[in-house]
Each structure stands twice: as C-alpha cells, then as structure tokens.
Write a protein that binds this ligand. Sequence first.
Ligand code: SF4
Length: 328
Amino acid sequence: MAKKGRVFSGARPTGRQHLGNYLGAIQNYVALQADYDCVYCIVDVHALTTVETTQDLKLNTFEMALDWLAAGIQPEESTLFIQSHVPEVMELHTYLSMVTQFGKLTDLPTFKEKVRQQPENVNYGLLGYPVLMTADIVLYKTDVVPVGIDQAPHIEFAREIVRSFNYRYNTKVLVEPQVKHTEILKVVGIDGRDKMSKSLNNHIELASTPEETTKRVREMVTDPARQRRTDPGNPDVCNVFTMHKIMSSQEEVDMVNAECRRAGIGCVDCKLLFAANLNKHLEPFRAKRAELASQESYVNDVLVDGGKRARAIAQKTMEEVREAMQLP
Ligand code: SF4
C-alpha cells in the first residue's frame, strides 16, 4: 500500500524507556508505521546541550533503541538511526543559522526555560537548538511531524526558518513540514504529581521484571484524602484510576470507579489489579526485548543500517541545498 508521506521524529537518548515514554510517544511511533514512511532519530547531538558527561551516551542510545525495537519499531519498514551518524545535519544547521534571527531565538520560551534550568551552562547549542531541530526535520524531506498541541509552535518556527531559507536563495528545495496533531498522553509518575520522568525517579521502567513493576505500582500515590481502608475514595483525583482507564477493561474501570467511592475496594487490591494488567500488557514487549538482547550486535547493526539509509537521503538533500545556495 502506498504510504501517505514521510514522518520524522526524534528523541534524546535517555536509556531504558519508561511507561510515560511508551504511552506518550513509542506507541504512536509504532502505529504511524502503517501509513507513513517513518524516520526515527535518536538525537545524541541535542543531548550534548545539557549532559555534563558523555560516558553514558552510548549505553543510553543502545538501551533506548532496544526498547523501541522491542515495542514494535520495524527496522525494515522504518529508518531508525543516530543523529550524529549523519554529519550532514551539522552542515545544514550552519546554513539555516544564517537565515535565523538571533532575537527570535532568544525570545523563545523553551530557550528562556533552559536558561532558568541551567544558568551555569547557557551554551550556544541551547540557543541554536531549534535550528538544529529544523535541520533534522528538513534534511529528510519530511512531510509531517507528529506533535502534541503544545509543541506545534516549534514546528511553526521550523516552517519559518524554511521559508526564510527558500526566500533568501529563491528556491523551493526545502520542504515546509506539516504538523500532525497527535494526542500525546501526559503520564503522571508514581508520585501522583509530576510528569513521569527518570530524573524525578517517579517512573516505571518498561524493561523491569513483573515483580519490580508490581513493587513500583504499589508505591503509587493515591487519593490523599483516603487515609484508611474504610474511607471512601475519589478516583477522579487518583493516578491509579487514570492508569486503569488506559490499561484495564471497561468492566474493571467501572468496578474501580464504583467500589472506590464506597470503600468497597482497598488501594492495595486496586493497585495489584492495575499491576497485573500492566504486566500482561508488557509481556510481548519483554519477550521481544529478551530475544533482541540475546542477538549480539543486532541493535547496533540496525542503527548502522538506518544511519546509511538516512545518510543517503541527507546527502541528496545537501547536494540540492548547496546548488541552490550557489556555493562555489
Ligand atoms: Fe485510587 Fe484505587 Fe485507592 Fe480509589 S481504590 S483511591 S482509585 S488506588
């Protein structure tokens, strides 16, 4: 079946993936493969803007790729690769930076936020981040970028850079990417408060054993007003109930909703039910992960092959770009 166009998406190498990554992004990556030619990039160069040391970069990249493949990214269908394996992206970034106004970059909320987060390391890469991101997208002649509503302004900014480039060099060589609005689930961590994240240690790792997963689920914060087993609870303010709605059957969701309110079910039993459903859901993922991990060098081969395929597209784009710019 003919595909609808090319999708590009990138993510920083954060190592073993957690439930928030899975529900918020990876599941969507897998689903998009049916309709699009997908290019998925592990953006290790972007990571350099914030990491203090690169000693874990290789391992984190490997573990992340392993999880993506185990979750269903098909390397024969999609191009899965590492950003730095395609050095053309750095060249395009430089050219795009010449058509991007400094003031626009310093005004971006994402840059201001980073300055607040790491005032001791406001490096040039942070400022140029959206330009490199644009280079990532347009280098592969991307048609659509799947993003949540709150990320749409980033793509609009990329479109502006593309228009500036095409106008400056009187060309149409770069394609303005379109936004593909995607419902990106924001999964709350086991603290019941913040978005699930490794750095906050409120995550549930996909590659954990069923026992470890159950232990983490048992640590989940519930309705804070429910102090004793005999207190009625309010599932609407409880993250365990939110997770049931994603992972459990409608019958179970209805049961928890009703029984929690009249103290008919305790939080421990409620969590154990969720843990059982989550473990069942992750069974095929874990089996595939174990199989892939046992095939030495398979993941690396996939990444090398993906890099070659991505680079072939990139080199062609850069030939056109240099010609449009009339570089000597
Ligand atoms: Fe949350 Fe379930 Fe406890 Fe209700 S019974 S407060 S939904 S964990």
